[in-house]
Design a protein around this ligand. Structure first.
Ligand code: 5GP
Ligand code: MG
Length: 180
């Protein structure tokens, strides 16, 4: 698996250090707000788990799966609610946790959905932020790292469902796309 990676952008160590900083900031902001931490499946899981373990406050966790990518490297533009959350968000302070914000389409959809369901506040923390890809005017209040407009894998991010379990973020070798 590691042989398929052309270059590493962020190591496990760099990621964990940055998550510690984000967790401190978020614990301060949300300490008396009983946040609902809403993890976007599947890619957001690794980041969310590491983040909440470092947040020293009362918080609840839920999951939602909204998908625009169907296994390749290109977005289809179509968006589907694959798995809805179970919590009632009315009056809640919701913190969306994402792996990466690219076009912003997924985030825009979720913010609209949460507001229409009566959330008191909606903010986002994304491990990675790819501002060059942006097509929707969404606010990413917190993020780990700014990344260039390249297709990345690892630390939750997949190619055809694989590479999510890499502990670092990297760029795939072009040969991987042509082979599989
Ligand atoms: P957006 O809706 O902002 O365009 O895209 C959000 C989703 O697209 C992310 O949660 C992620 O699943 C996927 N995505 C965006 N950029 C990348 C990337 O560089 N690599 C991978 N593997 N997925 C990406
Ligand atoms: Mg995602």
């Amino acid at each position: 698996m590691n042989n398929d990676i052309a270059k590493v952008l962020y190591t496990d160590e760099q990621i964990q250090k940055r998550i510690g900083e984000l967790a401190d900031q978020l614990s301060e902001e949300y300490k008396d707000k009983n946040p609902l931490i809403l993890c976007v499946l599947t890619g957001g899981v690794l980041f969310t788990v590491d983040l909440i373990k470092k947040m020293d406050i009362m918080a609840q966790m839920d999951f939602i799966d909204v998908s625009t990518y169907f296994g390749g490297t290109e977005t289809t533009g179509e968006l589907k609610l694959i798995h809805d959350m179970t919590a009632d968000v009315k009056g809640r302070n919701v913190l969306i946790t994402e792996d990466i914000v690219d076009s912003g389409r997924t985030l825009q959809y979720m913010i609209d959905l949460l507001k229409s369901r009566g959330a008191k506040s909606v903010k986002t923390v994304s491990m990675l932020n790819k501002p060059e890809g942006r097509e929707f005017d969404v606010n990413v209040e917190y993020y780990g790292f700014l990344v260039p407009n390249e297709f990345l894998v690892g630390y939750g991010l997949d190619y055809k469902g694989y590479y999510r379990n890499l502990p670092y973020v990297g760029v795939l070798k072009p040969s991987v796309y042509s082979e599989k």
